[in-house]
Write a protein that binds this ligand. Sequence first.
Ligand code: GBH
Length: 479
Amino acid sequence: TTTAMRGQTLAFPDGFIWGAATAAYQVEGATRADGRGVSIWDTFSRRPGAIADARTGDTACDHYHRYAEDIGLMDRLGLSAYRFSIAWTRVRPDGSGPVNQAGLDFYERLVDGLLAAGIEPYPALYHWDLPQALEDRGGWTDRDTAYRFAEYAETVQARLGDRVRTWMTVNEPWVASVLGYGIGVHAPGRNSWADAFRAAHHLLLAHGLGVRVLRAGGASQITLNVNLAPVLTPGQVNDPAVALSPEDAEAVDRVDALINRQFLDPVLRGEYPARVLPIIERVAGLGHIRDGDLAEIGRPIDLLGVNYYTPCVVRSMPGTPANPAYPGTEDIEFPGAFAPTTATGWPIVPTGLSQLLLRLTRDYPGVGLLVAENGAAFDDVVSGDRVHDADRTAFLESHLRAAHAAIEAGADLRGYLVWSLLDNFEWAEGYNKRFGIVHVDFGTQRRVLKDSGLWYREVIRRNGLWKERARRPTLEEVA
Ligand code: GBH
């Protein structure tokens, strides 16, 4: 890098981690290969009406067989890290029974391939694909599942711990509990608020027990990934400094406690927020929260994985019934934001990311931050061997500018992982929503680096953005 180039670059800190993420059920396919057991997503995706166009993850991106080609793509991108998840059912097909060595062999090939390409593996142990056998015994509503998770974590680490330095425990306990057990739009498709709160607690407990065994096994960095959203009134979306009425301030605080602090406080402070406990007690009782659990859950971690997509927009509106996804939100309306949206309908608010990172820095000091997911679904324009996705590039660029601003203002942000490396099985949306920086033709499994991927490669190469938006190179320059 010449001085001139550095002058034009909005540089990120040295050693900043540039990566991309996927999850097992969304990309692997090969759901019957080499002794893999049945997960709740195999079951749920066959439930009539559960998934758009009745699709499943049976084939997905066939990453199980094409991982070497996919590592080649990561190498072209110049990624420093690849976040993937391990399918519990490949390792212990029944959740708790015998270990399936063939499943571990796959992750060993993947990890070795990544290391050979100079890419740091960031495995996540749980990205929603619970073994069906455990669900049949109560799933995450049963405390025992957390202990089975710790057992499985230990098994995986015993095989890969000499090569994996960074471990991710659980991905998005809010989504897994609320969408899976509370409103049934994700596996296992149950509909009970009480179950959702119990599941959330047991997912947190699984994380804590996982930290304990991973640490004992010598892990050097441990994270959990939480989906976080700044909670804002419609007025704050455009002007964060706008003054709130006491009613709006209360609505914001209550929803923030439910979606963010319910997970952050146990993990980073060893306690449930006082604002949430009475809601949990009313809905589920407190019997599932035992003495000692919060000490277990609050074990120190090194990094917090922040998954950010969009803010949560609320305002006080007396008489409104509780939002089905948020018990305890009586008298609060969720009006959405006046902002452009992605193909999933989520408002695009890049400043939400800087606000979030700075708020974490202020309220939860001492833990490093990693953007563990950020990205967007848009429709691709395929033209010959190019895939045009200018909207995605603009989305990523504006969020990276926001991340950079947070770093300048003092956030200890260590890295950024794009969701996602590949277009993939987008849960209840099937294959209709494309989040990849690599286009996947699901008929032929052909992969093509999208324009956003070519752009990201350039960002990684210079460890930064172009200072002036206008100086962004043309695609011809970077292709
Ligand atoms: C992540 O979940 C997952 O980890 C990943 O597997 C998935 O593919 C990816 O995101 C994309 O969906 O209130 O209607 O504006 C993200 C989950 C996304 C949940 C945003 C809450 C709010 C939508 N979150 N969502 S809305």
